[in-house]
Design a protein around this ligand. Sequence first.
Ligand SMILES: [Cu+2]
Length: 124
Amino acid sequence: MKKIYFFGIIIIAAVAFTAPSCSKSSSTTGGGGGGGGGGGTTPTIKILEGMTYSPASLTVKVNTVINITNEASVIHSVTSDDLTTFDKEVPSGNTVTYNCPTAGTFPFHCKFHAGMAGTLTVTP
Ligand SMILES: [Cu+2]
């Protein structure tokens, strides 16, 4: 009886010892995946708390899909100053995409907040 109890403890100890090494190897795998994600670089305009675009100026090639990510706590927009090329409303915490279809320089602003401004340049 005593012997069985003793072996039980050894098995539990072995499992406990294995578990951390298991999670360690899986976290290594996760890190590798993150590196792969870095390979796909989608140009992104972030909207930050404090009503700023980051970067305020972005240059991409025509037909590039860009992300517009709103990290602030209220809705913002990325609206071309001509009011017709693009008008992307982005709720708090959301990301919308825009496939820049036309070459040109497009100053933009937020239609909800005066003072927010940036420039999207699309090269042929
Ligand atoms: Cu805004």
